[in-house]
Design a protein around this ligand. Structure first.
Ligand code: GDP
Length: 296
């Protein structure tokens, strides 16, 4: 995760630290390199500009350059601005409602939606002691409902029994009803995806949303698609309203552009990072930890 960006920034800041006394020109030069490194990591241009401007404003302050360790101070400012860019506040799932609370999982096909649904359900069950029911509303892909059922068996999380021929809204209502009658805390609804955002996908997701009033609507997006992931999130947020993002395939993402731009562009926090195919490969997204991982 973030390997190449981390290497680049490490090199830039090592240079700054070695200099000892820092002049404004040194900082300006280093920030020019940081700008290039962020753009090469596929961070959205407006986000990069804003970030560099903020760091510059703080770093060029007299106290920083005159301090005993100016290089360290600049790195600290970069760290703080990275955390701010990633969304400083901690953000788990909001499940504070009358149970069963609905969690709607949305996103494009292949983004890792079904996998993430099961990972999050397992996490809620094992770590938070919640009673979770999962239901697949994907009636388009023949094996989709079966796939979630198998993941349910693997993780020990209950899935709604499959009834052939039911439509997504009917399945969603049945899931909520089963959740109520059987005392579940959380009902996770795995919706169908498409290769691209289209009107019928959105109409279906909106109908399910309106039938279930989810407290959380999590957009699942593939970090390897970079800025496309951010654009998909923006689109879903505009049309459906999302409360957060699960960014998958972070294990293979050496650049990190989607992770770094998501919050700043969409205003919505990344809540989870998918870091592998296994059911355990899910991390809470902690801005401070991510920033320190990037800065090494
Ligand atoms: P969906 O169509 O959005 O439901 O996508 P799936 O959940 O079926 O995932 C598609 C593929 O991506 C599967 O082979 C998953 O194992 C894989 N996958 C999902 N999340 C991750 C992740 O975080 N890392 C890696 N390496 N693979 C993932």
């Amino acid at each position: 995760m973030f390997d190449s960006l981390s290497d680049r920034l490490g090199g830039i800041f090592d240079g700054l630290k070695r200099k000892g006394a820092l002049k404004e020109a040194h900082v300006t030069e280093a920030l020019r390199e940081v700008r290039v490194a962020l753009l090469e990591a596929d961070v959205a241009l407006p986000v990069v500009k804003d970030f560099v401007a903020k760091v510059k404003e703080k770093a060029i302050g007299q106290e920083v350059l005159k301090s005993v360790t100016p290089g360290q101070q600049v790195i600290k400012i970069v760290n703080d601005e990275l955390v701010a860019m990633l969304g400083a506040e901690q953000s788990g799932l909001n499940l504070l409602g009358v149970p069963p609370v609905a969690v709607l999982m949305v996103g494009l096909q292949g983004s890792g939606k079904t996998t993430s649904t099961a990972k999050i359900a397992k996490r809620l069950t094992e770590k938070d002691g919640k009673k979770v029911l999962m239901a697949s509303l994907d009636v388009r892909r023949p094996a989709a409902q079966e796939q979630l059922k198998i993941l349910g068996e693997q993780t020990g999380v209950k899935t709604l029994p499959i009834i052939a021929g039911q439509q997504p809204v009917e399945i969603a209502k049945r899931a909520m009803e089963a959740g109520r009658l059987q005392g579940f805390d959380v009902v996770m609804l795995d919706t169908a995806g498409r290769l691209h955002v289209d009107a019928s996908l959105m109409a279906e997701v909106i109908a399910v949303r309106d039938a279930t009033s989810p407290l959380e609507t999590i957009l699942v997006a593939d970090s390897l698609t970079g800025q496309d992931a951010v654009n998909v999130a923006k689109e879903f947020d505009a049309q459906v309203g999302i409360t957060g993002v699960a960014l998958t395939r972070m294990d293979g993402d050496g650049r990190g552009g989607a992770a770094l731009s998501m919050r700043a562009v969409t205003g919505k926090p990344i809540k989870f990072a998918g870091t592998g195919e296994k059911m355990e490969a899910l991390e809470d997204f902690h801005p401070e930890r991510v920033a320190s991982r990037i800065l090494g």
